[in-house]
Ligand binder design. Structure first.
Ligand code: PLP
Length: 356
């Protein structure tokens, strides 16, 4: 086998902006978990899970939901529902489904991917539709689906504009099916005021994460039609994702949904940091920051992202490295306004000191 990864136990940074996955469940959430009614969810008997699945499906304007341990599993099941082994799905070259799910679409589902490039991460329907080769016969692989990410994580938390999503959906369907990786769809909804269902009903399958900015310790939900979710239960069990008295986690997810509107604070904190940094450095364009993610283009200076991140870590600020000269911060419910101000100050100083 390949390289050995040995996790080392170390203290997280004081102001941890590496990801919005680092949130800790608070006492209210732990209490809700302790009190949750549970049953065997593989038998469909866990009332807390059934309630969460129904609630999320309704929010997104779809018929039914399936609770999954991770967003990666929800995405992979969602795509497999639309694409048979040997068929093709199109997506962005920086999409989580092709960059951060460790080849699962190929390894487990036999799905072929082909990617488009978008400098700002936004979907431009005409170019995408021009790439598609549906019913390509025995000569070329047949395109059957498109996967869209909203917000777009590696494009700096970009919100996909509703008119473009509508255009893509209208022109692609019903020939092509559409999957939405909506890990942070909540952030798009809060940033724009577009109802979640107005996004959800443009797609055939949608995944959303409860464990990012909403603060649940674990959990994602896949939503789609009744029939597809029935098939999804089989696929989930096959992947080892059939969970038993998992209502203790669904209860945390249900409480996490009450945090949707507070995401606007995370967006303000990201804007605050971006504004402070953009005042002294070209590494950030403040107007690019639409939600809770800020990316740093460090190509204008002599150093690399790893040294930038390690110097900030020594000052108590956690930043993640996305590429050789690209770094990212993500705000979340563990970050106060004072934390954001302090982080903005320290990052700005570091950028100046490093020649960015
Ligand atoms: C976090 C994330 C996921 C799911 O990740 P898991 O760690 O598997 O829960 C999916 N898509 C995007 C865009 C993400 O940021």
């Amino acid at each position: 086998m390949g390289a050995t990864l040995s996790p080392t136990v170390q203290e997280p940074p004081l102001i941890d902006l590496r990801s919005d996955t680092v949130t800790q469940p608070d006492e209210r959430m732990r209490a809700a978990m302790a009190e949750a009614p549970v049953g065997d969810d593989v038998f469909g008997e866990d009332p807390s899970v059934l309630a969460l699945e129904a609630h999320v499906a309704e929010l997104l304007g779809q018929d039914a939901g399936l609770f999954c341990p991770t967003g990666s599993m929800a995405n992979q099941i969602g795509m497999r529902l639309l694409v048979e082994p040997g068929q093709e799905i199109l997506t962005d070259q920086r999409a989580h489904v092709v960059r951060a799910e460790l080849g699962a679409a190929g390894a487990y589902a036999g799905i072929t991917t082909r990617t488009w490039t978008s400098a700002d991460g936004i979907i431009y329907p005409q170019g995408i539709l021009n790439m598609a080769t549906p019913d390509a016969g025995p000569y070329m692989v047949s395109t059957v689906a498109i996967a869209v990410e909203n917000t777009h994580n590696f494009a700096g938390g970009r919100v996909q504009p509703l008119p473009l999503l509508r255009k893509l959906s209208q022109q692609a369907r019903p020939t092509l099916k559409l999957h939405l990786d909506g890990a942070r769809l909540w952030n798009a909804h809060v940033a724009t005021g577009v109802p979640l269902a107005d996004y959800g009903n443009l797609f055939d399958t949608v995944s959303v994460c409860l464990s990012k900015g909403l603060g649940a310790p674990i959990g994602s939900v896949l939503v789609s039609s009744q029939g597809r979710i029935g098939a999804a239960r089989v696929l989930r069990k096959r992947l080892g994702g059939g969970m038993r008295q998992v209502g203790i986690l669904a209860a945390a997810g249900q409480l996490a949904l009450t945090n949707i509107n507070r995401l606007s604070q995370d967006h303000q904190h990201a804007a605050l940091i971006a504004g402070r940094v953009a005042a002294v450095s070209d590494a950030v364009t403040a107007s690019d920051v639409e939600t809770n993610i800020v990316t740093f283009d460090l190509s204008g200076g002599p150093g690399d992202a790893a040294s930038f991140a390690s110097r900030l870590r020594n000052q108590g600020v956690g930043v993640s490295v996305l590429g050789k000269q690209e770094a990212r911060i993500v705000t979340h419910l563990g970050i106060s306004t004072a934390d954001a101000e302090q982080a903005g100050e320290l990052i700005a100083r570091e950028l100046q000191a490093g020649g960015w």
